[in-house]
Design a protein around this ligand. Sequence first.
Ligand code: SF4
Length: 59
Amino acid sequence: MNPVRCGDCGHFIRSTINPEQGMGRCRVNAKTLPTSYRGYAPSLWPFSERYCRSFIACT
Ligand code: SF4
């Protein structure tokens, strides 16, 4: 599985205050896996990488 970014995903709901860079939400509340040794997935910043089986690419 390759890491993905929420900002590239069709399930991502962007921040209304800062749509480009603000922390958004996941429409399907997907469970994600961390990409780092720290063991937790990052918050839903559009550029943070995560492993997510629910990712759908934006068209
Ligand atoms: S489905 Fe996964 S990649 Fe897409 S917005 Fe939700 S957590 Fe992010």
